[in-house]
Ligand binder design. Structure first.
Ligand SMILES: [Zn+2]
Ligand SMILES: [Zn+2]
Length: 339
């Protein structure tokens, strides 16, 4: 089969790999649509992913496809089923796995990170990593189940209550999904801070009530003009110092601040500790998608999240490197590879 193999920092080679055998509890998937993730960009540039990466490996962990073969012991899937893949595999025996926090697993492995994933014609995965998509759901929407599941974990941590006010910093694919989920969670007002006009427009058409250009306006002032005070929940999805500063500036008393973006491993940020005390801020990180994949698929199957406007570019298997570079461009939101 044809595959785009990550060979090490900055190198992806399109090549032919041996056909895959299917073990008893595995299914073989024809990979149909694969999202390029910020994590792929980090790995491509030699940085860490969610798990350590040892090339050669086929990247691509946000994907959906069609089941083309099932192992002898598989009961939950048949050939022809459409599935979305949860890439994260937990050991089940470490302290965190046995303490209700499996995503913090000491031995986390992930399809498309440290075992072969989506940037190939086919993949073979354990049955329990697959989630059935509706018969009419398109694979492009299915490919977004994984980032949506990660966003759901962030939304859960933020504990948005109906009526809360929410500000999302950054209108890339994650920020766009956060805007829609915040609205679904019952937020009364959703603000977005995003410098690219097209992204602001798309967010406004899909649930954002106000979109602010942080290069033109002071976001905290703009929000306070409308809202009177800071917001109840801030979700930072941009991944730079200015965005983090905005997140703190826009947070009202009692706010939850979810620092969702993947920072550089050595990134630091000074926090005014008195504000944390006096405003009783809850500052939190959010890591991957523990037990949220099924809900993400439920939302996609029910058509509750509008995915199609977020997909801006599509590439073939020969162009994975280009796809990864395009995902960093401000004119893209979500880039897909269609193997
Ligand atoms: Zn991802
Ligand atoms: Zn574990």
């Amino acid at each position: 089969m044809k595959a785009a193999v990550f060979m090490g920092r900055g190198v992806i080679e399109t090549t032919t790999l041996d056909d895959l055998e299917v073990q008893d509890h595995e299914i073989k998937v024809r990979n149909m649509a694969v999202g390029v993730c910020g994590t792929d960009i980090h790995i491509f540039h030699g940085e860490k992913g969610s798990a350590d990466v040892k090339p050669p490996v086929v990247l691509g962990h946000e994907y959906a496809g069609e089941v083309v073969a099932v192992g002898r012991a598989v009961t939950g899937f048949q050939v022809g089923d459409r599935v979305a893949v949860d890439p994260n595999i937990y050991c089940g025996t470490c302290y965190y796995c046995r303490n209700g926090r499996k995503h913090l697993c000491e031995n986390l492995t992930a399809i498309g990170v440290n075992r072969n994933g989506g940037f190939a014609e086919y993949s073979v995965i354990p049955e329990q990593q697959a989630f059935r998509l509706g018969d009419t759901v398109d694979f492009e929407a299915g490919a977004m189940a994984e980032p949506l599941a990660c966003c759901l974990h962030g939304i859960d941590l933020a504990q948005i209550r109906p009526g809360d006010t929410v500000c999302v910093i950054g209108g890339g694919a994650i920020g766009q999904l956060m805007v829609q989920l915040a609205k679904l969670a019952g937020a009364s007002r959703v603000f977005l801070s995003e410098p690219v006009a097209q992204r602001r427009q798309i967010a406004l058409e899909n649930g954002a009530d106000y979109a602010v250009d942080p290069f033109q306006e002071d976001v905290a002032q703009a929000v306070r003009k409308i809202n009177g005070r800071g917001v109840d929940v801030v979700i930072e999805c941009a991944g730079n110092q200015k965005a983090t500063a905005q997140a703190f500036a826009v947070a009202g008393k009692g706010a939850a601040i979810v620092l969702f973006s993947v920072p550089k491993p050595d990134a630091e940020f000074p926090v005014k500790l008195f504000d944390v005390f006096r405003k009783e801020l809850r500052i939190m990180g959010s890591f991957i998608n523990p037990d949220t994949h099924q809900r993400a698929v439920n939302l996609i199957n029910a058509g509750k999240v509008n995915i199609s406007p977020l997909i801006t570019h599509r590439y073939g298997l020969d162009q994975v490197e280009e796809a990864i570079r395009k995902q960093s461009d401000p004119d893209s939101i979500k880039v897909l590879v269609k193997p």
